[in-house]
Design a protein around this ligand. Structure first.
Ligand code: SAM
Length: 163
């Protein structure tokens, strides 16, 4: 279940900018890890917005909880599939853990109209066909999605749920 490291600064800056433009928003992160991305989100959180981040690994959860204790992030020790459906819809989701093929449908369903879904850690320029991440973002009619370079050798997909 556990895997992956912290998000890169470029992605954190993208997240912070998107979050800052969501006053009153409901923000979620799937996969807290050590809290690096969550810190960037929490520090950019508008005053009237809420933010929940979910991590199933007990050691990572404990470390992230301590690191985020002075922020407005709510850190939950669980699999996101078990807790976030009851708490949506969300205006922005950082989809960074538990990203198995069958979970994309559920993640998209948790977006409010106009809500944004961000998935990083892609290698740029790959084909859509046969790639479960790109197929989910680019072939789902509920989303308008773009792939953007986050560095010269890494990419993210940003999907917006149609109103
Ligand atoms: C790439 S790391 C997350 C990095 C973090 N978002 C950041 O910005 O630094 C992925 C994390 O997702 C967690 N994870 C795995 N399955 C998950 C699930 N079903 N729900 C929530 N988190 C999950 C892993 O334990 C791991 O810590």
């Amino acid at each position: 279940m556990t895997g992956g490291g912290s998000s890169i600064p470029e992605v954190q800056e993208l997240l912070a900018t998107l979050v800052a433009s969501k006053p009153g928003g409901r923000i979620a992160e799937m996969g807290t890890a050590f809290g690096a991305g969550a810190r960037a989100i929490a520090e950019a959180l508008p005053a009237d917005a809420t933010f929940v981040t979910v991590e199933p690994d007990p050691a990572r959860y404990a470390e992230a909880s301590a690191a985020l204790a002075r922020t407005r992030a709510e850190v939950v020790n669980a699999r996101w599939e078990d807790v976030l459906p009851a708490r949506g819809p969300f205006d922005l989701i950082f989809f960074d853990g538990g990203t198995r093929g069958e979970t994309f449908e559920l993640a998209i369903s948790l977006l409010a109209p106009g809500g944004i879904l961000v998935k990083d850690d892609l290698t740029p320029g790959g084909p859509v066909a046969g790639d479960p991440v790109r197929e989910a973002f680019f072939q789902d009619q509920r989303l308008v999605a773009v792939e953007v370079l986050t560095t010269a050798s890494t990419a993210a997909i940003v999907g917006v749920r149609r109103p």
